[in-house]
Design a protein around this ligand. Sequence first.
Ligand code: SF4
Length: 407
Amino acid sequence: MPTTATSQLITSVPATGPATGPAAGPADRELPLLRLGRGADPQAERGVSCPGELPPQSDPALVRRAEEARARLGDRAFVLGHHYQRDEVIRFADVTGDSFKLARDAAAMPGAEYVIFCGVHFMAESADILTSDAQRVILPDLAAGCSMADMAGYDQVEECWETLGDLGIAETVVPVTYMNSSADIKAFTGRNGGTVCTSSNARRALTWALEQGTKILFLPDQHLGRNTAVLELGMSLDDCVVWDPRRPYGGNDPQALRRATMILWKGHCSVHGRFTAEGVTQVRRSIPGVNVIVHPECVHDVVLAADQIGSTEKIIATIERAPSGSAWAVGTELNLVQRLANDNPDKRIVFLDKTVCYCSTMNRIDLPHLVWAMESLADGRVVNQITVDPATAAQAKTALDQMLALP
Ligand code: SF4
């Protein structure tokens, strides 16, 4: 079972408030989540989530144990499976989907006392924000973070906002944060009049934001921001600047910040960032007539080289509707691509990158962790609960509600 210290470590800290105070520096604040390689306790990165009780992957009774634990939990539990999860986990999911769909699905099941989120940390946080106080959100492995979400630290974003204020432009800037961000970044966004977006509604979110102000601070994925601004809103690449939190003025000339419409946070997805335009060329050469479809988290050159761009849900729908015999090269997470290939045997479906690459943090949720979490809950031990403090949750919900209200 997790120690009390671990539970505190995973509990998001208030974005503002007396416990930490807005001026608290990084050393004074609790970590809002487990950051890979940067946890306050180095041991927290491995094994703390289920000491001594994790069944071995080789346990031949693992599937039977999962079935029994799931049956013991019954309607008290609702298991969510993100599209990027392993098949061994997905088979026990009551519902599958992208992060926002799953959080809403959980909120629509108020009778489920335990929401077991097979995904990553920011998704579990969003589920905790959107579900009732009576529901407990469980992440089977606390080390299942997201490298992209970790690239936008709360203090870094506050520092950026202060700098924009010093330049006299903060009041013209509307923050828009991708769903793939921590609860405290969503809270920052809500507090400053912005909105959350997903890869499905990014265009609507940016259009709305530009009706509220003249500039956008887009967090934390520069590629989704750039691809949407340029390909869907008709901006030029020169309308975009990248904010590097490690450099003064984000690495920009102050005049460039004043001129820019899009201030893109220097974050990216380590999985989608692997695909290259050269890879698109190679797959076209090796599979004549192939259709290339990629996620908007891919770099701009890859998106330009592809035939289609789409969110995870759009990629699934497009391939399911595609004619028999068609060939597809897919630029998104490998677990999903393999599942699409298995579920569509009448089509040829290949991974766009030559190198096999799963999302390493998504992959942390495996059957042993799921069995451990379900058996613990069935035995009355609440483990790996993800909680967002009420102040942060309220501000983050403001930004989530704004997304739901987008025209
Ligand atoms: S696929 Fe990318 S954005 Fe999604 S959880 Fe993994 S690192 Fe984060």
